[in-house]
Design a protein. Structure first.
Length: 146
């Protein structure tokens, strides 16, 4: 796995670590590494220029921080329905309406990790809406308490 600055915070349990690519546009996909804990999803982005120049040796260099999302800020998780990445891609929709389109080549493992992470949270739960579409329950009550 590529090197990052990721560290667990107090009271965190790591449920997933693996490749997590970010689809930013039709021809713009950035490689990276994702970490899912019982509190947050964190992603680091690989340097594609460095990878193009030195290939696999690029894994020796640290990836840069891309984003961090608290589990309480996630509203919906749903799989991609069409396109090149449909077997591995999913949408993560935040409470503010922002959509992130992500790709995990172990999507089923990541979804199971999301379920475990929400199971550890006493104020939030992950409810299945339909075929492989999940909604976070308790988001509004949790946000009002903050």
């Amino acid at each position: 796995m590529a090197r990052t600055d990721f560290e667990l915070q107090d009271g965190e349990t790591l449920f997933y670590e693996g490749t997590l690519n970010h689809i930013k546009g039709k021809l713009n996909v950035t490689e990276g590494t994702g970490f899912l804990t019982n509190k947050r999803l964190v992603r680091y982005e690989a340097n594609l220029m460095l990878k193009a120049l030195i290939g696999l040796l690029a894994k020796l260099f640290k990836q840069k921080f891309d984003f961090e999302i608290q589990l309480s800020d996630i509203q919906t998780i749903k799989p991609e329905q069409s396109g090149l990445y449909k077997k591995n891609a999913f949408y993560l929709i935040k409470n503010d309406g922002t959509e992130l389109r992500l790709v995990s080549f172990k999507r089923d493992d990541l979804m199971a990790a999301f379920q475990k992470a929400y199971d550890q949270n006493t104020q939030l739960s992950l409810a299945e809406l339909g075929h492989q579409e999940w909604h976070v329950q308790g988001v509004q009550a949790h946000a009002a308490a903050d």
